[in-house]
Design a protein around this ligand. Structure first.
Ligand SMILES: C[S@@+](CC[C@H](N)C(=O)[O-])C[C@H]1O[C@@H](n2cnc3c(N)ncnc32)[C@H](O)[C@@H]1O
Length: 302
């Protein structure tokens, strides 16, 4: 059985799913509202004769037919940031407010960190953590190009994140965009399916559980944690959340996204998951012509 066949029983339209997985991924950019507005960015692209189509669910995400979204001056000046369309989802679901304290637990190379900063009007504080130095250097250069000033960077294992450098204050909101088996990125990087092993899925799920645990621990009561992956494997999605619901003080919240999606599942092979798992969202490539994605919104309850 191929990796994708594993998920066909979960998918509403298997032929459309297979066809979308085989097509290359459209390029997209996000408008950086710290440096410009959506209308000014669109005027700049018009002036450069660059074609674009705004995403229906997010006016600041523009689909570009050109394969090289970085080859234009609005991009170089930090008005635009190349970001897969569906990857702009979790920061919107987290919905950080100006002045809040936010932790981005697995942050590099910073597409979502810089989006969080823009949603906060570059105020408050985003602590951006990653354990990979090379990827953190890409994050730093992205924050500089995009003119972000409210980000503090830490290189550490998110499972052991320390609040000490930040006055031991808990966070209002945390984004947990975990390392995963990346099955949903196959349109950009077909090698992920060649390199897939079940051992890796099981191993990375252990890391995901511990990062999510730390995220819930460091969020204030009533605060929000968003958990996201770019993979289909229930072992890395619903199973991780099901354990969190059982072991930590949190509950799943409903949310709207304006994109087509399927609800999270409550059964997989010989496992069953909490009924509230239907509040999570599975996004398959044929739903919106994007990569595959999973997103859940948790409220910390104590
Ligand atoms: C899905 S990527 C994050 C993408 C990022 N949120 C963005 O939008 O640009 C997952 C990240 O987790 C990092 N990572 C893996 N294990 C980690 C750990 N134990 N602690 C912190 N970061 C980790 C990887 O280096 C990688 O950059």
């Amino acid at each position: 059985m191929s990796v994708l066949e594993r998920y066909e029983p979960l998918v509403d339209d298997v032929d459309a799913f297979r066809a979308a997985c085989e097509r290359p991924l459209p390029s997209a950019v996000r408008v950086n509202t710290i440096k410009t507005t959506v209308s000014r960015a669109r005027e700049a692209l018009d002036a450069e004769n660059i074609a674009y189509e705004p995403a229906a669910w997010h006016s600041g995400v523009l689909r570009l037919p050109d394969d090289q979204p970085g080859a234009n001056w609005p991009y170089v000046h930090g008005w635009l940031h190349g970001q897969e369309e569906v990857s702009a989802l979790p920061a919107r679901v987290l919905d950080p407010q100006p002045g809040e304290r936010v932790w981005d637990a697995c942050a590099a190379p910073g597409s979502k960190t810089t989006q969080l900063a823009a949603l906060m009007n570059d105020t408050g504080r985003v602590v951006a953590t990653d354990n990979n130095l090379g990827r953190l250097s890409a994050l730093r250069s992205n924050t500089e190009r995009l003119g972000v000033t409210n980000v503090a960077v830490t290189r550490e294992d998110a499972r052991h994140h320390s609040l000490k450098p930040f006055g031991n204050e808990s966070y209002d909101r945390v984004l947990v965009d975990v390392p995963c088996s990346c099955e949903g990125t196959m349109r950009k990087n077909p090698d992920v399916l060649e390199e897939w092993t079940f051992d890796h899925v099981k191993g990375v799920a252990g890391v995901q559980r511990k990062i999510l645990k730390r995220a819930i621990e460091v969020t204030r009561e009533g605060g929000t944690v968003v958990y996201s992956t770019c993979t289909f494997a229930p072992e890395e999605n619903e199973a991780v959340l099901d354990d969190a619901l059982e072991e930590h003080h949190c509950r799943l919240r409903e949310f709207e996204i304006g994109l087509d999606s399927a609800p999270g599942i409550t059964e997989w092979q010989d496992e069953t998951f909490d009924d509230s798992m239907t509040r999570t969202k599975r996004i398959y490539p044929h739903h919106n012509d994007t990569g595959g994605f999973f997103c859940a919104k948790l409220e910390v309850t104590g």
